[in-house]
Write a protein that binds this ligand. Sequence first.
Ligand code: UDP
Length: 324
Amino acid sequence: MKRCLVTGGAGFIGSHLTERLLELGHAVVVLDNLSTGGRQNLARVEGHPNFQFQQGSITDPVLLSELVPGIDVIYHMAAAVGVKLVADNPVRTIETNIYPTEVLLRLAVQGRQKFFLASTSEVYGKNPKERWTEEDDLQFGPTTRPRWAYGCSKAIDEFLGLAYHRKFNLGVVVGRFFNVVGPRQVGNYGMVIPRFVDQALDGGPVVVYDDGEQVRCFAHVREVVDSIIRLMELPAAEGQVFNIGSDEPVSIKQLADEVIRRVDPKVTKKFVPYNVAYSADFEDVRRRVPDVSRLEKTIGSKPTTPLGAILDDIIAWKRAARSK
Ligand code: UDP
């Protein structure tokens, strides 16, 4: 049994990770300020003898220094996430994403904790390659466009994590998530699937930005969480960066059609330009497809749940949540 600290454990991915760690027999302390996450995400584990919830902010260094001693593994999942939130709150993004990571890494050097650093495919920026491998260049837009603050801030986190690995031999593993989706994800911060499902359940239209030809790969959170835990069990993963996600591309227009077909074929699509959906200076990433061969070679598997099965899961969850 390992004692785990999950920062951001009340969030979408963090809560699934917490559940799985408890199922595997580990003990979990969740630290979350309930800003974008919520206590309801942890409903299934409330009262579990090995579960503890600490409400507080990762920007509070005293709280971090109280929580970290006695922990074996840190899963640093807390961050300002979502392109919309980040575009609306650039100061909060930068301050939440960088300084707390540094404080946690310093504490981990003292306590010798293993450290999972949650990063994002946003770090590749708008690299035009068909498939991104972990050694590819990061290509951000100008600093006058706040969107890039997200990827840039997580790239600094990665530099920090890898530097602590090199200098102090800390067991740091970096995971770059690619469009992780599933039950409990909410659409408030711009995420496309919960938005499309809600819009379709409300009778439409489903609002597709631009021409809908932009491409993403969607991975089920359950498989992402299993990949993270497996990576943390393998000493060979330390000091490395891993793309974590599905490698099956789908256009946003196709995604809208799949949602509509499942919820109600009478629902229509509406196309809205980026400058109306976001702000005038918004830049989207047109194509985002990972090469996940490093992950597959290391843990022996990769996320493969087909989009249809993922959507079925999300639609069933949304319907159940609405009927409560
Ligand atoms: N998108 C959309 N309608 C929405 C929300 C998003 O068409 O209501 C598009 C968005 O422009 C992007 C894609 O869906 O091209 C994925 O958006 P999301 O914010 O989920 O993820 P990210 O942009 O971080 O990949």
